[in-house]
Design a protein around this ligand. Structure first.
Ligand code: GLY
Length: 377
């Protein structure tokens, strides 16, 4: 994995053999999209899929950027929100791409956050048994996590991301300027995934976030670019080691076993955004690790202190409305994709930056932790 820096931004190369690609990070990439995407094209046209909110903020800019390089485009605008990651919208997207006569050698552009990236990536994976796609992530969460690594898919009645495919993008354009139009709550939710990288594998990055996180949240473009760059480097390193999650890639799920249960418990609604659930889940994973004697008691306190300083949710008490009891939350965890032979898989930590995969966690310990945190509500 190499990182290069030029005046127009940083490029991280993700070396995955014939599926290798670049992630570009910088300001103004949407305006330069035609010059960036052009070299991938065999004919000067692309299909763009986005959502209604992102379309309002960025579609015209992307279309101009493409047209500047002589690239024609047509666009499909889907409803915004997690509910779009469903069979019906997938079918609509695929049918539209077929009607637009997108061929095997063409490129589909996913312009948006994690929902659009996952849905459009999956549509590209199954369209004509696989067409190339470019991720143009516009949310912090998508820039640091979901646009890199090739996980694509949709949700079903049984749970999140249960249907999908590994399909790597051909290019990722993370335009830091797009973060300026994000609502503050969405930006902070994405920051949950940024913190996750420090917590799982880079204590120096966590130290840096403790100092620079507030500036990042306030709009400092340099801090944002540095945080996205370090997050993507860490994600790319892990994906290159373990593309299809046979081992190390599971580290990226720090906080996610708790998070997925909390998202299910809150009906995947605005009560809890995914990145908020990740932040709470990371705090719980460190609390569990401390209770198991794996890390010091100071570590979960330090995690919660930073999240609180950033104005983020840190605990079950911060989730509005009713939650199931501890057994109900445990039952929701048992639905998680990470369950193997009925055993819950957690990502635990021996300290900040020292996460590992644990398959042998006693459910009674998790139940007690959840019961304690629920009692504190
Ligand atoms: N978001 C976790 C992964 O890409 O593996």
């Amino acid at each position: 994995m190499t990182t290069t820096t030029a005046p127009e931004g940083t490029t991280i190369h993700v070396p995955l053999g014939d599926r290798a690609y670049d992630v570009r990070i910088g300001a103004g990439l949407i305006a330069r999209a035609g010059a960036e995407i052009g070299p991938l094209l065999r004919r000067p046209r692309v299909a763009v899929v986005t959502d209604a909110n992102v379309a309002e903020a960025h579609l015209a800019g992307l279309e101009r950027g493409l047209a500047d390089a002589g690239i024609a485009s047509s666009a499909l605008v889907l409803p915004a929100g997690e509910a779009t990651k469903c069979w019906a919208e997938l079918a609509r997207c695929v049918e539209w791409l077929l009607a637009a006569q997108i061929e095997r050698r063409d490129v589909v552009v996913a312009l948006g956050g994690g929902v659009i990236g996952d849905l459009v990536g999956f549509a590209a994976a199954i369209l004509r048994r696989g067409v190339r796609f470019v991720q143009v992530p516009t949310s912090l969460l998508a820039q640091v996590d979901s646009s890199v690594g090739g996980k694509t898919g949709i949700n079903t009645a049984q749970g999140k991301n249960l249907v999908g495919a590994f399909h790597q993008p051909s290019l990722v354009l993370a335009d830091i300027g797009a973060l300026d139009t994000l609502p503050g709550r969405d930006l902070l939710a994405g920051y949950g995934e940024v913190v996750k990288y420090g917590l799982l594998g880079d204590v120096a990055f966590f130290d840096w976030l403790e100092v620079n996180g507030p500036a990042l949240a306030a709009g400092d473009a340099e801090a944002r670019a540095q945080a996205v760059t370090r997050s993507v480097q860490m994600k790319a390193e892990i994906v290159v080691r373990d593309e299809t999650e046979q081992g190390d890639r599971a580290l990226l799920n720090l906080g996610h076993t708790f998070c997925h249960a909390l998202e299910a418990a809150t009906g995947y609604s605005g009560r809890l955004l995914h990145g908020e659930g990740v932040a709470i889940g990371c705090a719980l994973a460190f609390e569990l690790s401390a209770r198991m004697g794996l890390c010091s008691q100071e570590d979960p306190s330090r995690v919660r202190a930073h999240l609180r300083a950033m104005g983020m949710k840190t605990d079950l008490a911060d989730i509005p409305g009713d939650l199931p009891d501890a057994d109900g939350l445990l039952a929701l965890m048992a639905q998680d994709k990470k369950v193997i032979d009925g055993r819950l898989r957690f990502i635990l930590a021996r300290g900040i930056g020292r996460a590992f995969v644990a398959d042998d966690v006693d459910p009674a310990l998790v139940r007690t932790l959840l019961a304690d945190r629920l009692a504190a509500r």
